[in-house]
Design a protein around this ligand. Sequence first.
Ligand code: GRF
Length: 217
Amino acid sequence: MRPMPVVVFASGRGSNARQIFQAAQENASLLSVEALICNVPDAPVCQIAKDYQVPLYSIPIVPKETPIATRLAHEKRIHEVLSHLSWSYICLAGYMRILTADFVERYPHPVWPVSRILNIHPSLLPDFTGLNAYRQAFEAGDPTSGVTIHFVSAEVDAGAVIHQQTFPRLPADTLASFEARGLVVEHQAYRAVLFALAQGQYQVDQDPFSIRLALTC
Ligand code: GRF
């Protein structure tokens, strides 16, 4: 069996990207990372890619006459890189750009009615979409929070859910301790989803589309 090739998109700290790189390094027969695409040239995730010898494509934003022209020109450069690589999934891992509908629709899944783009979001979607999801969840005070890995659709944080994993909000939590606990869960969840996809360990319902993983790790 050939490893499942992925391209990681990230913008910052890179802890999820690191987990994916590490997972591929430890399980080279299952998963390979073909590239990191980063829109912030000096982001810490760039050094992480170098440490793991993952090819790095630094593609900064170049302002154009309008915001949409800027986005499309930036994405055009990404398409160019992707067209030279062989990959099954894009893994968004702290990628702080909203992809245009044009981008998402260009990469349909070969089998399912979704894109080939995965994202991790630090809440139990559909709760707490958008930025600062940990803060939103913490301030809401629910005793149980969680993370979601989903297929990316044209609408932000709204695509078909692949996997959700919960974690508790403890009475003594600060926002920092709550987020640190959640981040560990994010790392486990992304790894588990990628291994399940790579090994075909999931069940798919077509209507309405949903995918449930038979997680083994
Ligand atoms: C994570 O919390 C992720 O869920 C969110 O952005 C954060 C990125 O963290 N989308 P890192 O760069 O992976 O450490």
